[in-house]
Design a protein around this ligand. Structure first.
Ligand SMILES: [Zn+2]
Length: 243
């Protein structure tokens, strides 16, 4: 009942556009248009797998992610989940880790979000990457793909990455992720389905590289990494370079 009431309130009091601040629905047409760019791929500083993102972490995309993460704009889950689904689809169509072992059925994948610290979950009220992963998986299932999101990883004690330089980020995160519970159980959940590690933003690649390492330590090879936004500045393929 409370949810129905909230939805009605949304209709009566429209929020502001998370991209430009215009008073409108979740996103105005101009800002939605700014998000409709080709997916891009980067080879981040850390990690062996290339990272596919739905766009550059700047402008409207950055505003939307910040509004979602820091200002609890859950109405953005739909559009951000759709963007993440596009990146996942690009990984499935051009698997950067092809030949790494698993040979699941075409169009099947298990999405594994990078784990959130307990502190981040407390502060934000949810594991925001896992929420986006579930939304992306739902989009892809609606398209007929066998895609599930499974939070197989957990994090030990380490600080949030915000405000750290790239080397400090790497030191800060290395060795902190692990498969939750017995590795055998996680392997049973996955079977031979390709695994794609998810994050919201790729800056140096340190966080996703750590998740890939933790999965590999439990003999679960990751096939690719998909994110919503790739931070500008690193080496990357341009929008015209395929994925
Ligand atoms: Zn706008």
């Amino acid at each position: 009942m409370r949810r129905v009431l909230a939805e009605l309130l949304d209709l009566v009091v429209p929020p502001v556009c998370a991209g430009c601040g215009a008073e409108t629905v979740t996103l105005c047409g101009d800002c939605l248009g700014a998000l409709a760019v080709p997916v891009r791929m980067t080879s981040p500083r850390y990690g062996v797998l290339p990272v596919v993102g739905a766009g550059e972490y700047s402008g409207v995309l950055r505003s939307c992610l910040l509004a979602y993460k820091e200002h609890d704009r859950r109405d953005l889950v739909g559009v951000l989940g759709l963007l993440l689904a596009r990146a996942v689809l690009a990984v499935l169509e051009h698997p950067p880790g092809a030949g790494r072992g698993a040979t699941g059925p075409a169009g099947a994948a298990v999405l594994v979000p990078v784990p959130a610290t307990r502190r981040a979950v407390r502060r934000r009220g949810a594991d925001h990457v896992a929420v986006l992963g579930a939304a992306a998986a739902a989009v892809l299932r609606a398209e007929g793909l066998d895609v599930r999101c499974r939070s197989l990883l957990e994090v030990g004690a380490h600080r949030d990455q915000v405000g750290f330089g790239s080397r400090a980020r790497r030191r800060n995160v290395r060795g902190t992720h692990r498969v939750a519970g017995p590795g055998r159980r996680a392997r049973e959940v996955i079977g031979r389905t390709p695994v794609i590690v998810l994050d919201d933003i790729c800056t140096t690649g340190a966080t996703t590289a750590e998740s890939v390492r933790a999965l590999a330590a439990s003999r679960i090879p990751a096939h690719g990494v998909a994110v919503v936004g790739i931070a500008p500045g690193g080496p990357r393929n341009g929008p015209g370079d395929g994925i």
